[in-house]
Design a protein around this ligand. Structure first.
Ligand code: ZN
Ligand code: ZN
Ligand code: ZN
Ligand code: ZN
Ligand code: ZN
Length: 852
């Protein structure tokens, strides 16, 4: 019997599709990578009418991602302009999923493959990623063996119909995605590396680890700065309004609206007031009553959900997406990434609605609706990806928790609203005349609240009016001229930003939250009250800088022009190589021009930020000139020697302190201590070695706990105790600074072991434990507090095996995988660890000659 392998985009989709196609008669098992399942059943394969064995599984989004190769990932070794031509390769998007291996294994012996990836360009691209992984392990058949299904919803009818009308995957659509990925990578990396290195090496109070450029991210920031500029350049303009009050015979006082609304010339406005002042009554010209509707909403898509969550619930897009995805995986709502606002034809609206009948908040509204009949939903657009976002099963606040519940509440109310009646109200407009000037007053009475009973925040403010009759005369209580000023616009709200991004085609439902999050995290904008986005000094100066050099770098038009080109590839109307080459060469020219013109941008930075030499406070001494280097605390924290004009990067996300003025024996730089707090990790490091590792096989950005130099007193060679209990290559290193709460920490992973609470000295000895290979630890306890028998203060032994020590070691990680033998890793010990070796004479020279 032949085998048909089928692959969907997400594990949950594979399950629902398999369930439909097998009519629920499938066997499921977990896949070898732990993340995906395989659903198996027998059936007829429509294209060949053979009886076959079906295996349905999935990927988890993209299998591969694009990256540069080898040295091109190194910021220090490559001129960013080379990135426009540097070789790239596809790498596994998420290594730990082992997706290619999993797919290849499941494809072994398969005769046909059916690709059930989402029906958008990304999905088409993933089709070819999947084919790359499985082609070599499938059976070689004659004729067509690769099929693509086209579906727009996960319903019985759609899925079964797609299975009967299989087509071939579309290479052109996939290529258009490849082209976009490659352009984004090259352009983004080249600009980001260049400007980050340029500005970070110059300014100390520039608070950002990465001054990034992105073809979507930068225009997103551009929108926020554009609004900021409008606010800054705004000049309020005075205008005048005539304020009139009339007395209704029933006793109410009514304010009237002037037909001319406002006048910007005071003398003209005054003239109108003078004309009216002589008249003693207002005459009703006509009373018009109209029935009006406020339309129920169309079905919910991602962008609208993000907008409302931000403006109505105060939840940011990234946070909202995370919650929505959790609600989806738990089965409470349908797939939350969709552009579609139209329910598929045979979507079970009534069934979905019925589930909400028991809810204490809207259950009665739902019952009413089911009794009186649901409305046909308003026609939205069907993009063919997923159905709109809808509740899938009932829930309570207690089971969901606060924020997930608020989102679920909104999604459900919105769903109910789409099936409810429109809101109907009666609008009354009374037209009046005072002399030659016309005025009106308006009232509003709700006739049928319709969907607003469930979307309560959309309900109308009622405004009742007393009865007016044609030709009725009303006494004028007051006429006055009121002066006002035009008011400046406010900062963009997140919701407005999402609208702008959608309108200009910046990002997709999936990437909009990411772009917004990026500009916040990189400190280009900050979120102020009402979820408004206020650009920071850095954000403003960046956008103004681009505008000064090449405005196209920040305009959304660049992105849409690019999208058009990509669509030509997708439609088979343009050659992939040509479009790619053309796009990249344009940006390469722009990049070269940008580099040449950077002084123009730098002028703006000079005004806003202070030079590196003027920032920071003195901390540790430079090993070359012996002067104090300045510690720059703004992100990314650095050390800067203004005498040697050198900058040294430091580990981030912790505190930096001076470490007892101890010098690195290799280069004379004073060590500093990096620490994340009392219970956290800490290690000493040499600022020079951290940036220039003394050994070729030592990675950059390591502290002394990784240093294997035999003459380093504070290093792994001196303080290494044993192999890490958790990770592969880590070594547990005594933290010599941790007194009195002594601890050792892995130099690779997060393992921290606390021991010997009351010891005043702990050191690591030369000898090793016969049982486990750990180094013997010598401990000197304080008198009076010693836990040792007979008041002894000194004891030596293995922290893991010695019966005296064992109870004094706190085991943060329960399982101790003791392998023993390997000591302190990579030739750490032994070699020349003699006492009394001399200090190297000229350390900098010795270092240069000896290591690099
Ligand atoms: Zn110096
Ligand atoms: Zn050093
Ligand atoms: Zn060292
Ligand atoms: Zn470890
Ligand atoms: Zn031992």
């Amino acid at each position: 019997m032949k085998t048909v392998l089928m692959v969907a985009e997400k594990p949950s989709l594979a399950q629902s599709i398999a369930k439909i196609l097998s009519n629920g008669q499938m066997n499921s098992r977990k896949g070898s990578n732990g993340a995906c399942s395989v659903h198996e059943y027998r059936g007829v394969f429509p294209p060949t009418r053979e009886n076959v064995f079906y295996k349905m599984t999935s990927v988890c989004g993209h299998v591969f991602g694009l990256d540069f190769m080898g040295k091109y990932n190194n910021w220090d070794r490559v001129d960013p302009v080379e990135l426009f031509s540097a070789p790239t390769s596809k790498k596994e998007a998420t290594e730990k999923l082992k997706m290619p291996a999993f797919l290849s294994k499941e494809a072994r012996g398969a005769d046909y493959v059916v690709l059930w990836l989402d029906c958008d360009k990304e999905g088409e691209n993933i089709c070819f990623e999947v084919l790359d992984c499985i082609e070599n392990s499938m059976n070689r058949g004659t004729g067509q063996t690769v099929y693509r299904s086209k579906f727009s919803a996960i319903t019985d009818r759609d899925i079964k119909e797609a299975m009967n009308k299989l087509v071939s995957p579309n290479k052109n659509e996939s290529l258009s995605v490849d082209a976009r990925q490659e352009m984004d990578l090259r352009i983004g990396c080249a600009f980001t590396r260049f400007q980050t290195k340029f500005f970070q090496g110059k300014y100390g109070d520039l608070d950002s680890t990465l001054i990034s450029y992105g073809p979507c991210q930068t225009p997103t920031l551009g929108f926020c700065v554009d609004r900021h500029d409008k606010i800054q350049s705004f000049k309020p303009e005075p205008y005048w309004v005539i304020h009139v009050q009339v007395a209704h015979p029933g006793g109410r006082v009514i304010n009237l609206d002037w037909d001319r609304v406002r006048i910007f010339d005071k003398e003209v406005a005054q003239m109108f007031v003078n004309m009216i002042k002589g008249v003693d009554s207002a005459r009703v010209l006509k009373v018009v009553q109209e029935e009006k509707f406020k339309s129920r909403p169309i079905a919910l898509n991602t962008v609208e959900m993000l907008r409302t969550a931000s403006s109505g619930l105060g939840m940011g897009p990234q946070h909202t997406m995370q919650i929505a995805e959790r609600l989806y995986t738990q089965g409470y709502i349908s797939y939350p990434r969709t552009e579609t606002t139209h329910y598929p034809e045979n979507f079970d609206l009534r069934g979905t609605l019925k589930q909400q009948q028991s809810n204490s908040l809207w259950g009665s509204i739902v019952s009413d609706l089911l009794n009186t009949g649901i409305q046909k939903p308003k026609k939205g657009s069907d993009v063919g990806d997923h159905p709109p976002i809808t509740p899938m099963r009932p829930a309570t606040e207690a089971e969901l928790g606060h924020d997930p519940w608020r989102l679920y509440d909104f999604i459900t109310r919105h769903f109910i609203a789409t099936l409810s009646r429109d809101m109907k109200y009666l609008q009354t407009t009374v037209y009046m005349e005072i002399g030659a000037e016309k005025f009106t007053c308006t009232g509003k009475v709700v006739l049928d609240p319709g969907f607003t009973t469930v979307l309560t925040w959309k309900s109308a403010d009622e405004e009742t009016l007393p009865e007016f009759k044609k030709d009725q005369n009303l006494t004028i209580n007051e006429v006055k001229l009121v002066d006002r000023q035009t008011s400046p616009p406010d900062y963009l709200t997140e919701s407005e930003l999402i609208t702008l991004m959608e309108k200009h085609g910046i990002g997709t439902d999936a990437s909009i939250p990411v772009h917004i999050n990026n500009i916040c995290e990189r400190n280009y904008v900050s979120i102020i009250g009402g979820r408004k986005l206020k650009p920071t000094a850095l954000g403003i100066v960046l956008v103004h800088g681009y505008q000064k050099i090449d405005a196209e770098l920040v305009l959304p038009t660049m992105r849409s022009a690019l999208e058009k080109q990509l669509n030509l590839i997708a439609g088979g109307k343009a050659n992939y190589e040509e479009v790619l080459h053309h796009g990249i060469s344009i940006f390469c020219l722009k990049f070269k021009y940008f580099v040449e013109s950077i002084p123009g941008m730098d002028e703006l930075f000079e005004v806003t930020f202070s030079p590196l030499a003027a920032s920071g406070k003195p901390l540790s001494r430079c090993g070359k000139c012996r002067r104090f280097m300045k510690f720059v605390q703004a992100k990314p924290s650095r050390l800067h020697c203004s005498n040697c004009d050198e900058t040294f990067s430091l580990p981030q996300n912790g505190n930096i302190k001076l470490y007892k003025e101890i010098k690195c024996p290799l280069d004379d730089f004073e060590l500093v201590l990096w620490t994340t707090g009392v219970r956290g990790k800490s290690f000493p490091l040499c600022p020079y070695c951290f940036n220039n590792p003394p050994f070729k096989d030592m990675r950059k950005n390591n502290g002394c706990n990784e240093c294997t130099h035999p003459s380093c007193q504070h290093s792994l060679s001196q303080n290494g105790v044993s192999e890490c209990v958790e990770c592969e290559n880590g070594v547990l290193v005594l933290d010599p600074t941790s007194s009195p709460k002594w601890r050792m920490a892995c130099n690779k992973c997060n393992v921290v072991l606390h021991f010997f609470e009351n010891a005043h000295r702990v050191s690591v000895g030369e000898d090793t434990c016969d049982d486990c290979g750990s180094h013997i630890v010598n401990v000197d306890f304080s008198k009076g507090k010693t836990p040792l028998a007979d008041g002894n203060t000194e004891h030596s032994g293995c922290v893991f095996c010695d019966n005296v020590f064992k109870p004094m070691v706190e085991k943060h990680h329960a399982v101790m995988k003791r392998r023993g033998g390997r000591g302190r890793g990579r030739g750490g010990r032994g070699r020349g660890r003699g006492r009394g070796r001399g200090k190297p004479k000229d350390k900098m020279a010795a270092l240069a000659a000896y290591f690099v």
